[in-house]
Design a protein around this ligand. Structure first.
Ligand SMILES: Cc1cc2nc3c(=O)[nH]c(=O)nc-3n(C[C@H](O)[C@H](O)[C@H](O)COP(=O)(O)OP(=O)(O)OC[C@H]3O[C@@H](n4cnc5c(N)ncnc54)[C@H](O)[C@@H]3O)c2cc1C
Length: 416
């Protein structure tokens, strides 16, 4: 079949390769550079963490909403002007995390998408000739004390299959000498890994897909030509592309395309930021997540990347670079060996759009109004992690194969 894949972030790129593997002809529609700065896949925290099964939402979180509105620079902020638009999403967000049982169900659904992510990505990267970008070194979570670790939701992670090694203060010091002394407890999830240049990785996957025969069209998809419930073509600003199937993998920009094929998905952008410090004097040996910083610290091809923050303010608002400065400044407290007063030319800031559903589960599955169109977006904080497994799952759905991962929890129709 001829399949049009809309969007060339990690989800579109991995999906394209799996569709080619199944023998389909693929056209990718993407207005920017594959894996370019417009995509969340470019600037994320690089983590391939097998323990990422919990959504952002949690029981009792609604009590924090006034604080999120009052503090525009808090780790999670909601812009007042955007509140009316975000309200339906926020309502579902609070409901989705209202009990431990709901969190457990989400964790069980996500685990198959994430549990072997470094292995899946290593394989894809090697096929594309960039195996060196994927590292299977584990991820380290650090806490001021054992009690802070116990207060975190690690019990659900254990129940769903995550294993880890605990490190006391001495072991932590030996493993990561660059860390500030306030961290006295750590856990390493050895099965996890990271990608040292996610943008270059996505670009390489798309180049490889092109070498295998995929076509890249530099246009923006605008909608679909349908004949009753059957797909005739994808409409773009550069003309229509006749096809038998289409995949919506346009990340945070997928909502309007989804609506046109009958699904009113609740998709929001959780805007996030990064700061990259070039040639850092000190850096962690493996990816580190400081519990008091809510950010990923990863040494990348371009320097020490500090990624995090959640800002609910829509797709159009200008970035608030103070949020990226917060990430930089916090890193100075995590790694005392970094110089204070870093010159501006050594720090690069970026803002991107996580495609976020309120329940932290992606939308993967055939569209309600046209089963020839398959949804593949909404991965929020775990799109890189889950991208490879999503690509396989989407290809299984398109090819009519029995999927090895149950797509039922990801049904886009759950919001209709
Ligand atoms: C600060 C931050 C840290 C993160 N850390 C991590 C992490 O450590 N690990 C992890 O797994 N995830 C992380 N994420 C989330 C992850 O980056 C995303 O979930 C993932 O990149 C989403 O991939 P995607 O392919 O769905 O979307 P994107 O990468 O955003 O790609 C979508 C593409 O669609 C294109 N597009 C948009 N509209 C159209 C249209 N109409 N027609 C054609 N193309 C279109 C866009 O140009 C874009 O290239 C983080 C995100 C942020 C912002």
């Amino acid at each position: 079949m001829h399949v049009v894949v809309i969007g060339a972030g990690i989800v579109g790129a991995a999906t394209t390769l799996e569709l080619l593997r199944d023998g389909h002809r693929v056209t990718i529609v993407e207005p920017g550079d594959p894996g370019g700065e417009q995509a969340a896949s470019y600037g994320n925290g690089c983590l391939l963490s097998t323990s990422s099964v919990l959504p952002v939402t949690a029981p009792g979180l609604w009590k924090k909403l006034p604080g999120w509105l009052a503090d525009p620079l808090g780790p999670l902020a909601v812009r007042w002007s955007y509140l009316p638009r975000a309200a339906p999403w926020l309502w579902r967000f609070f409901r989705a995390g209202s009990s431990q049982a709901k969190l457990r169900a989400i964790a069980r659904a996500l685990r198959p998408l994430v549990h072997d992510c470094p292995v899946r990505h290593k394989k894809l990267a090697e096929e594309a000739g960039v195996g060196e970008l994927i590292h299977q070194t584990g991820c380290l979570y650090v806490f001021p004390s054992r009690a802070d670790f116990d207060a975190d939701a690690w019990a659900i992670r254990r129940e769903t299959g995550t294993t880890w090694i605990e490190l006391d203060e001495n072991e932590l010091r030996q493993r990561e000498p660059a860390l500030d002394r306030r961290y006295r407890f750590g856990v390493i999830v050895e099965a996890s890994g990271h990608c040292s240049d996610p943008g270059a990785y996505v670009a390489a996957l798309v180049r490889h897909a092109q070498a295998l025969g995929a076509k890249l069209v530099r246009s923006r998809a605008q909608g679909f030509d349908l004949d009753g419930p059957r797909l005739k073509a994808v409409r773009t600003d550069g003309g229509s592309i006749a096809c038998e199937r289409a995949v919506i993998a346009a990340g945070a920009w997928s909502r309007e395309l989804a609506r046109q094929v009958g699904d009113r998905v609740l998709l929001e952008t959780e805007r996030g930021y990064h700061a990259v410090i070039s040639s850092p004097e000190v850096y962690p040996r493996i990816p580190v997540m400081p519990s008091d910083g809510k950010m990923a610290n990863v040494m990348t091809a371009h320097g020490l990347r500090l990624a995090g923050q959640v800002e609910i303010a829509g797709l159009a608002a200008a970035p608030n670079w103070k949020r990226a400065e917060i990430l930089r400044d916090f890193a100075l407290s995590v790694y005392p060996g970094l110089p204070r007063n870093l010159p501006a030319e050594r720090v690069k800031f970026w803002m991107g759009h996580r495609p976020a559903t309120p329940d932290g589960l992606p939308c993967i599955g055939p569209a309600t109004g046209c089963p020839d169109v398959v949804h593949a977006y909404g991965h929020g904080h775990i799109g890189l992690i889950a991208g490879a497994a999503t690509g396989r799952l989407v290809a299984d759905i398109v090819s009519g194969k029995k999927p090895t991962i149950d797509p039922a929890p990801f049904s886009p129709a759950r919001f209709n």
